[in-house]
Design a protein around this ligand. Structure first.
Ligand code: FES
Length: 235
């Protein structure tokens, strides 16, 4: 047992989670008024007397099990519902139990109030960390707010983060250029196309659009493409 102080009791506002960290584990420190800790609390604390007010303290793992948002940014609603501010996951603020998704709970660590401080057992948290490594690089851009998991609904999440972190350093000052996504043989008459990559050289260039009534009657898609390509020229 290694007692480590994570907060001053008097600095904690009731029902307002505070952030703390032991090793690389983020924590949510929550002061719960007596009224929030009902008789049916499945995990009653033992420190109500020490606080002098009947209030109790909870120290939970401080990262949402959905996408890792900091639970110190969450809100406590209805006295005992800890609600993640990002997508609304809901936990029991007293126990850390996820109220809607079984098994997606926040670990509750032992905590107590003593000499005006909130204390935890650092050995317990470090042991938990060994089984649940935290990969956050606090000194890096986005450090504590890095999101390591994307979902199928957000296929470009990683790209957005990369651009936020690196700007255009990897894709050039024009940004990425993608094809229009229309098969060549389905392009309607009058559509123009480029025959070379975008001009990133800074050299002057021009484009000539040539209307060719016979273009659409070219014998093959390849021929249409070829005819179109020839109508574009660089000077
Ligand atoms: S990160 Fe908390 S609900 Fe999505």
């Amino acid at each position: 047992m290694r007692a480590t102080k994570v907060a001053d009791w008097d600095d904690l506002e009731p029902l307002r989670p505070a952030h703390a960290r032991v090793s690389n584990v983020d924590l949510a420190v929550i002061r719960l008024p007596r009224s929030s800790v009902s008789a049916d609390d499945p995990t009653p604390a033992t420190d109500a007397e020490a606080t002098g007010s009947g209030d109790e303290v909870r120290v939970l793992f401080g990262r949402c099990q959905h996408r890792g948002a900091l639970m110190s940014d969450a809100t406590v609603e209805d006295g005992d519902r800890l609600v993640c501010g990002v997508h609304g996951s809901v936990y029991d603020a007293r126990s850390g139990v996820n109220l809607y998704y079984e098994g997606e709970d926040l670990e509750r660590f032992e905590a107590w109030v003593e000499d005006g401080g909130v204390w935890v057992d650092e050995d317990e948290i470090r042991a938990w960390e060994r089984d649940h490594p935290q990969n956050f690089d606090r000194s890096a851009y986005q450090g504590s707010y890095a999101d390591f998991e994307g979902t199928p609904e957000e296929p470009f999440n990683d790209r957005i983060h990369q651009l936020a972190e690196e700007g255009l350093t990897r894709v050039g000052h024009h940004g990425e250029v993608a094809a229009m996504g229309v098969p060549r043989d389905e392009l309607p008459p009058g559509t123009t196309s480029r025959s070379s990559p975008p001009n990133s050289t800074g050299l002057p260039c021009s484009t000539t659009i040539r209307w060719a009534p016979a273009w659409w009657s070219a014998p093959t898609p390849a021929a249409r493409w070829s005819w179109t390509s020839r109508s574009w020229s660089r000077t």
